[in-house]
Design a binder for this molecule. Structure first.
Ligand SMILES: [Zn+2]
Length: 164
């Protein structure tokens, strides 16, 4: 939806190129995009010149109409054009956008996940939250392609499920 040509610069070799990307995705409609937001690969790109994998940054909005929530990836200081009733979550980079997406899609409290992810990254710098496992009372995270489980206390689990 809403495709646009975007100018991207490879952070490794400086190669500048144009790429066609969606700038808006809608929950329940943009299935292919959601699949790649879920597995964390949506903003990744392999440079055609130096073949390094890197994360692209460009203006992008994910909207869940039912939950009246929009996730906005933007480096602009202010964002306009949203309804007063809309909950707008601003993310300054792809990494925080992906975490906000997981929280929204799984109905989890974002501030809790941000705090947890920060703790994990003190031990594993690339740890990223993947999913909440209600049955085993833990959170699953990915560390360099491997899965790890982080057990939750009863209190933590309660906090995780309380959306404010
Ligand atoms: Zn490159």
């Amino acid at each position: 939806m809403k495709e646009r040509m975007i100018e991207i610069t490879c952070p490794v070799c400086g190669h500048v190129f144009q790429i066609k990307r969606d700038t808006l995705a809608i929950a329940g409609i943009s299935d292919t995009i959601e699949k790649r937001l879920k597995d964390g690969t949506y903003f990744q790109h392999v440079c055609s010149k130096c073949h390094h994998l890197f994360t692209m940054i460009y203006p992008f909005v994910f909207r869940d109409a039912q939950k009246k929530t929009s996730l906005v990836l933007s480096q602009q200081p202010t964002i306009k054009g949203f309804d007063q009733e809309e909950k707008v979550i601003r993310c300054k980079d792809a990494d925080s956008f992906l975490l906000a997406y997981q929280a929204l899609a799984q109905d989890l409290r974002l501030s809790f996940l941000i705090r947890k992810q920060k703790q994990w990254r003190k031990i594993w710098p690339n740890a990223s939250f993947e999913s909440y496992d209600q049955e085993h009372h833990c959170l699953w995270l990915r560390v360099q392609g491997e899965w790890k489980a982080a057990r939750l206390t009863k209190e933590e689990e309660q906090e995780l499920k309380t959306i404010v």
